[in-house]
Every structure is written in structure tokens, then in C-alpha cells.
Design a protein around this ligand. Sequence first.
Ligand code: BTN
Length: 288
Amino acid sequence: MNTHLKLPTNQPPISPTKYKGIRCIIHHPVIDSTNEAAKRLLSTYAASGTLILADTQTAGKGRLGRTFVSDSTDSIYMSLIVIPKLPAEKLPGLTILAAYAMSAAIDKLTGAATQIKWPNDILLSGRKIVGILTESVEVEENIAPGSRAVIIGIGANINNESFPKSVGAKAGSIYMATGTKTDKDALLALFFEIFFREYDKYVKHASVASIVGAYNQKLLGNGSEICLIPYSRTTTAADPYSISTEDLPTYTCLGINADGDLMVRDSQGQTMPVSSGEISVRFPGQPV
Ligand code: BTN
């Protein structure tokens, strides 16, 4: 892990915190987006292991330009900044690690059996309970020369009792699935413990080999038929469905490899990796 690189006097001090691997916590009762707050912070200050937490967000961002409804204090909204010494093509592996660590932490703490929709959605009882938006930004020369900071933004629905219709029937929470309230702080502590244990290995070996088996056991659709859709063809609220999964070829899902790529087999029996930066998974019969 990098050490403190530049610390303006108006920023909180770097010191060990109650969370393993976290050296600085910035808490906002309300913020537009913790990922955006992380980007603003990175223009003046860069320390690997900075955590930005918010009780609610007014402009939560999801992947593919979608919005992420973030108005409940029963959820966790956070962005973790790390500055790993890794080549750019290795950065998507961090999203795989974050999904695995959060899924494993939820299971261990609650006894639930969460699943991961590759690369980084976490589902419980068929509903999405965690979404992850990872972004990377070049850090200014005078802040951390030659470095790329990675912002791992996580929205996790913990104790929510219901969701507004606008969020749809797909969203769930740990509470909705288990009927038991979860201590958010205990979950965060366990998440960081698992994440940084794996992060340290990843920075050393640039491989997710140590979690491949466990990740694949959690992988939704592993061993089954899946459809692959380029991100450029996925839909947003502003751009309603234009194709259906019936228009897409199917592949057999073989699980992730040590790079975090999804291995699939096509109808000709050819096996290939697909990269999370380009492809989204759908299941036959599901809307695109
Ligand atoms: C997705 O499922 O599309 C990703 C959702 C990511 C949401 C989190 S909440 C904390 C962080 N700040 C944001 O604006 N987005 C991420």
C-alpha cells in the first residue's frame, strides 16, 4: 500500500482507523456522490486507503450512466480510494475483489448465501443488494507522480424494509431477505478485513487466483447458459430496450479465471475469456 503522498493542512490526518487498511475516513451526512467527492479530493490529496462515507447521496451514480437511488440511511454508500502500483489493465481485478469481499463479509456476518452476478453485483434471494462502480483517475503530478487512483464506489442495501416503485422489483436488502437487522459498522469492518487481505495479494501477484474458487461458487449462472452483451448495447432508462436476449448467442459460463475475466464456451465448443470492461452478462429470457 502506498504511503501518504501529500496532505494539505485542511485535510483530516492519516492514522490507523477502526477499519483494517483504512487510514483516513471522511464522513458526509449528505453528499452528491461519494465517487465524485473522491475525485474532487484527489485533485489536492491522495492517500491510498482513504474512505469516503455518506449517510445519503443526492446524485448517486450507477454503472452505464444510470442513477443509483441513495436516499436511505439503512444503506451504505461509500467510496474507497486505493493507489495500487499496477498496470491499467489490472485495475478491473479490484472490482472483482471488492465484490467478493463484500459478498463474503455479508455471508459470514449474517449466515446468508449471497451470489455474485459477474463482475460485481451482489444478489440475495434473487434481488440486487449491492452495486459497485469502480472508476480510475490519473493523479496530478504534484500529488502522486505517475499514479492512477482507483475509486471503488459501493452501494449496499442493508436494513431497508422496502424500496420505492421507481427502483423496481429487482432491488432488495439483507433485511428484506433475512428478516434480521445487520450492524453496518460490523459489516464494514469485516469487508475491509477481507478486502485488504486479498488486495495485498493482488498487488503482489497481479492475480485473483486466491479467490477464484470461492468467487466461482458464488457466481450466478456458473455452469449454465448465459448471454453476453457489449456495454454499448445495454440499455438505460433514457434508452429503452432495443433488443432481447433471443437476439443474442448463448454461451456456457465456466467461471472466472485468475485475471478476473469470465471464461465462456461458445456453441462451437471454443473457450474464450471476456473482459468486464466491455461485456455485461444476461440470462436467457431476461430483458436486455
Ligand atoms: C451499479 O449498480 O450500477 C453501481 C452502483 C454504485 C453505487 C455506489 S453508492 C457509493 C458510490 N457513489 C456513487 O455515486 N456510486 C457508488
